[in-house]
Design a protein around this ligand. Sequence first.
Ligand SMILES: *Cc1c(COP(=O)(O)O)cnc(C)c1O
Length: 468
Amino acid sequence: MTSRTEHPVAIDAGAAEGVFMPTELPPLLDDEFEQILRGNPNLLRQWVQEFGSPLHILWPERLKRNAQAFQAVARRQKVELDIFYGAKVNKSQALVRAAVEAGIGVDVSSPYELADALRAGLEPRRLVATGPAKTASFHRQLLARGALISLDSVGELESMQALLAHARPEAPARCLLRYRPQAARMSRFGMGDEDLARCLDLLARAPRNLGFEGFHFHLSGYEAGTRLQAIKELMPWIERARALGLRPQLIDIGGGMPIEYIDPHRYATYLKTHSGADYRHGRRPKDFYPYGGGLAAADWLEQLLASALDPKHTLAQALSSMGLRLAIEPGRSLVDQTAISVFRVNRLKPLAQGQQVVFVEGSSFSACETWFASEYLVDPILIGAAAAPDSPPTLAYIAGHSCLDDDVLCNRLVRFARPPQGQDLLVYANTAGYQMDLLENEFHRHPSPKRIAIGRSAQGGISVALDN
Ligand SMILES: *Cc1c(COP(=O)(O)O)cnc(C)c1O
């Protein structure tokens, strides 16, 4: 924490800034950010002046609330739940620290994420490592820390055994086996039946320095049904492991719990009515994240636990009767509403055939959904002079400051209440989940955008610290 300043949050009634909430796809906003936006937008301008554009503003406290919502579900359903924060979702150290303060574990997939988690004060046994291509050096670090290691192949298990023959960690190594659910048969992650059987045999014969704790999988997509099915597929493997004298205690179902960005009715309406004409290039992307899915992550977990695993038991009942804990590795859903990203407008430029583009200071690497052939279907909030020229609503797409033709924050023509102009701010809500910094780099030698972490100070003001 290099700089820490205090800002009173007096409601600035005479603010020169106008706040133009979008009308088509307005974001669901966390109260804290809403208060700043509506009550004190000058603060955003001040921060952008101080730290540059774009600026990612994080509210790490919110991650703790997201973790508590999962824990409340587990209590209601009487399930033992281990939560591991999927740290790859965001580069913010303040979010890792919030996860540690929330008392949950961290899922790390590189030595750097491992170092960040330890720097944040994580108890090493709360680490899980699930990545598919761990190096020997990463394995050694994980073993030395007593981390839980998800093994992705027979080869990885053999490497681990070779390492253990030499290294003598203080405690036995702890491993999970990563299963490849039938819903993902062509995936390169996890193991099919034959390899899983081979691993169990190896583990059953392994010396005591290699402990087996259970099974793991991670699926793409956001359906609870595919997770339930994968758990059903794993049940015979639990029996088989036990028959071999092993003691599985845990099923780790990975991440993919969905979050809500947009009111579901508005979203449904948008999806029904939008067409190619709403995009600068005339093409409507094929896939979107379910921005208006209408289901919060904790409710998703509750529905999963309450669904029938067999004719007599809900998943929650089956887990506890079998003495199994459930683990989840939420990335996106733990960082729900923990960040906004602010871009300063450079200028509005008219183009051929009546199109217009807003150039911002910053690039689409800091708002990257378009690089995945999709769109962030959440409109930015425009902040700027309220007394702007009396002009009609403006349709424009938003582009970054680089020379790449594809450097666009959105291909979609966004409807602005008035023409954006230089020095205005565009605020994107809820950007912490893969949107804000997954692809950030120093293209054109622009320095990497800054993150600041804000919080409530004891005096009721807002504390600000550089997040690095
Ligand atoms: C990416 C990933 C996660 C987190 O996924 P979210 O969709 O962000 O919740 C969890 N586990 C594994 C193995 C992953 O690769």
